[in-house]
Design a protein around this ligand. Structure first.
Ligand code: C2E
Ligand code: CA
Ligand code: CA
Length: 742
């Protein structure tokens, strides 16, 4: 611009110069003419000189005229150029001004945009702050009510704009009407509208949004002329928009969030977006509440069986006590423990185990006598709480029926699983005044049933002490091996001719405070805690070492029978453990007899049989212990690879009774013989029993009649004595194919 104006000034100057020149030229011409005239008239001489002079003057005049002409042309050209330049400058100026204006407008527009952006950002931050606070509220341990959090949300939305109010409505359970859950602080009148809108104004924005599932905006609600819009307008509300929301993960609507504006307006896209975000937050709060109540519900529920859990069980006792107190009633508390459940899990897998538990839960729940509550108290423990009167609650009968329901076979895939239970019971108020005491006493009674090999037991005072003992036993069993609380005693086994053929190793547990504890009490505990596996391995090694030392001492090469728990036998490495033990002890495998109870056979039959075959191939003998007490012994005995049957003491005991077990025992012995099995009778206490057994063809005896279980040194003496005297004590003479006590 400056350069153009400078150029323009220069041109003007040049033009003035040229005009000046041409004026000067004209003046010069005039001057020359004057001079010429003057010289013509006065001073110049006539003749040639005068002709030369006029020629020169003529020339000058011509020159001057030419210069004058040229100056004028130049002047014209310069003028034209100057005009053009000036126009161009003006145009440029105009363009610049237009550009400046456009820039200003753009700047203004951008400023507006930025202001809007800042405002929006503030809005977002406002909402984010609210959101953060809501999340904090939701995760707060002090457990705020969801209504309080929704209220905070409504306040957050309303506080965003001075002319705004916010209400949150939830759809009732039947999905029919809206109920006010929370709103920002408003006048009573407006609140009255919020409270009744869901039931009274079906065409209100809230109801329309919840019915259509879409955002509903009303810009000029005072122009609608409906009842609801008039109520709102009377409260100073002129526009409203309602946004429906569903709880996360659910397709059905949960409620609406509505913004009420005191200025007549349509929400901007951003305000709408913000309102929608707030509605999503409301959904989150609702979802959180649902999950929380589910969690609380689950805290009292066992998810696997659907029964109340331990907490629920204790609450059920508490509730029954409160009810019973009201009419002087009673409550039966029954504790059920599934026998050897761990083994079911090990043997058939956890899925089958779960199926067993679910089936038992269902059977208990459906039990017709059960008018109370069934709860799952532990992995394989159930509790039944039955209200009634002391006379009506026959806990023995109830326990018996529950036990029968449980004992029916359970099918899991191809497996047929037999389950039994130990059941203990007690009665409120007789046996305890609180849920805790009743639960404990029913448990004590159950433990008593377990330790005495019974299925049911009713609580009696004094059991608590015993139960405490059981706990003490359990604790000390864990350290029994390292603290040397365990010992083995050996009970001789005899052939019919009185020859001592072997010993059965029997475990003894000496507790430092409780003294000697019988195996019937501690073996079930060891099995429950699975301590029987390391303990059983110790028994095996100890018995093998003992036998080896007797062999080394040159005593008769008798056999050693060792009792094997089903938990030991179920282990894959059991055959290896056995093989390693006798090879380490330097013992011939054929000197070892493994005594297995019938319960082993009830496990996975095929794998049990293959394990037995493996052991027998090594040369180990296998005896079936307690024969006759188990399930359907006779039906499978021909299919299992055993060498020996040990007829259970309970059969021997009633052998001589008029309606005793003699026919059964005779049939068993005959069948065993037929199968080529060696038969031993255990628990032989009388000569009469011995006679009957011998006549029936029994080939071995064990019992107090001959010898009690003996400590190692006495057992050794017995073995030594047997070289010369069969049936060393008491003296038994053989004769005429029979045996007689001397
Ligand atoms: P069991 O294998 O049937 O052992 C025979 C039981 O009968 C022994 O009781 C023995 O002392 C007892 N007994 C022997 N003869 C007579 C008799 O004439 N009359 C009477 N009334 N009883 C007699 P104990 O030693 O108390 O053992 C009980 C059970 O404990 C055993 O029964 C066995 O099942 C288990 N047990 C003992 N030691 C072990 C062991 O080391 N491992 C495992 N897994 N179980 C064992
Ligand atoms: Ca045995
Ligand atoms: Ca036995």
């Amino acid at each position: 611009m400056k350069a153009t104006s400078r150029m323009f000034t220069l041109l003007l100057l040049s033009m003035f110069l040229l005009v000046g020149l041409s004026v000067a030229g004209s003046w010069e011409i005039d001057h020359v003419n004057q001079v010429a005239t003057a010289s013509h008239s006065n001073e110049f001489p006539v003749g040639a000189k005068r002709g030369e002079q006029s020629l020169a003057i003529e020339r000058i005049r011509n020159w001057i005229m030419i210069v004058q002409g040229l100056s004028l042309i130049a002047c014209g050209a310069l003028y034209a150029l100057g005009i053009r330049l000036r126009n161009k400058a003006r145009r440029e100026q105009r363009e610049r001004e237009a550009a400046d204006l456009a820039l200003e407008m753009r700047v203004e527009e951008r400023t507006r945009e930025l202001r809007k952006e800042v405002e929006e950002r503030r809005l977002i931050e406002h909402l984010h702050r609210g959101q953060r606070r809501i999340v904090e509220m939701l995760s707060a341990p002090d457990d705020l009510k969801p209504e309080d959090i929704l209220r905070f949300l409504a306040d957050t939305v309303a506080a965003r704009n001075q002319g705004w109010e916010c209400a949150l409505h939830l759809i009732d359970r039947r999905g029919k009407s809206l109920r006010l859950a929370a709103c920002s602080e408003v006048t009573e009148r407006l609140k009255g509208y919020f409270e009744s809108v869901g039931t009274e104004y079906a065409d209100s924005p809230e109801c329309q949004a919840s019915a259509s599932g879409e955002t509903h905006i009303v810009e000029h609600l005072n122009e609608i002329g409906l009842e609801w819009s008039e109520v709102l307008a009377a409260s100073g509300v002129f526009s409203a928009w309602s946004i429906p929301f569903s709880a996360n993960g659910s397709s059905s609507l949960a409620g609406t969030l509505t913004v009420y504006s005191r200025s007549r307006r349509k929400p901007s896209a951003h305000e709408l977006e913000m309102s929608e975000s707030a509605a999503k937050l409301a959904a989150l709060i609702i979802e959180h509440r649902r999950l929380r109540s589910e969690l609380i519900h689950n805290a009292y529920l066992d998810l696997m069986t659907g029964l109340p859990n331990r907490r629920g069980g204790v609450e059920a006792i508490d509730a029954a006590i409160v009810k019973a107190d009201g009419h002087r009633g009673s409550v039966a508390v029954i504790w059920i423990d599934i026998n050897r459940f761990k083994r079911i899990n090990d043997q058939y897998g956890h899925e089958a185990g779960d199926h067993v538990l679910r089936t038992i839960a269902e059977r208990l729940r459906r039990s017709p006598l059960n008018t109370g509550t069934v709860a799952r108290m532990g992995e394989d423990e159930f509790l039944v709480v039955i209200p009634g009167t002391e006379d009506s609650l026959d806990t023995v009968e109830i326990s018996r029926r529950l036990g029968t329901a449980i004992a029916k076979p359970i099918y899991a895939g191809a497996a047929r699983i037999m389950v039994s239970a130990c059941i203990g019971s007690c009665i409120y108020p007789k046996d305890g005044g609180t849920a805790e005491i009743l639960e404990r006493n029913a448990d004590f009674a159950m433990l008593r049933a377990k330790s005495s090999g019974e299925s049911y037991c009713v609580f009696s005072p004094g059991m608590s002490e015993e139960a405490n003992e059981a706990m003490e036993i359990e604790e000390s069993l864990g350290v029994a091996l390292e603290k040397n609380y365990l010992r083995l005693v050996y009970q001789p086994l005899y052939a019919t001719d009185g020859e001592l053929t072997g010993f059965e190793a029997l475990l003894r547990f000496h507790h430092p405070r409780l003294g000697n504890i019988p195996p019937a009490r501690f073996i079930p505990v060891a099995e429950e805690t699975r301590l029987i596996v390391p303990i059983g391995n110790w028994v095996l090694r100890e018995a093998c070492q003992q036998l080896r030392s007797w062999h080394e001492a040159g005593l008769p090469r008798v056999r050693m029978a060792v009792n094997i728990s089903v938990l030991q036998f179920a282990r894959d490495d059991f055959a290896d453990t056995v093989a390693r033990t006798f090879s380490e002890c330097g013992l011939e495998p054929e000197h070892l007899i493994l005594e297995l109870t019938e319960s082993v056979i009830m496990e996975d039959f095929a794998s049990v049989v293959s394990q037995m075959n493996l052991l027998r191939q090594c040369g180990v003998h296998i005896a079936l212990d307690d024969f006759g007490t188990g399930y359907s012994s006779l039906s499978y005995i021909h299919r299992i690879p055993v060498d020996m049957l040990k007829i259970d003491r309970s059969f021997v005991e009633r052998l001589a009774d008029p309606d005793g077990t003699r026919p059964i025992v005779e049939a068993v012995i005959a069948m065993a013989k037929h199968l080529g099995l060696h038969v031993v009778a255990e628990g032989v206490e009388t000569v009469e029993q011995q006679h009957i057994l011998q006549q029936a063809g029994c080939q071995g005896f064990q019992g107090y009649l001959f010898e009690r279980p003996l400590p190692p040194d006495e057992a050794e003496s017995c073995l030594r004595a047997s070289i010369t005297t069969p049936f060393a004590k008491p003296t038994i003479q053989t004769g005429g194919g029979g045996l007689a006590v001397a």
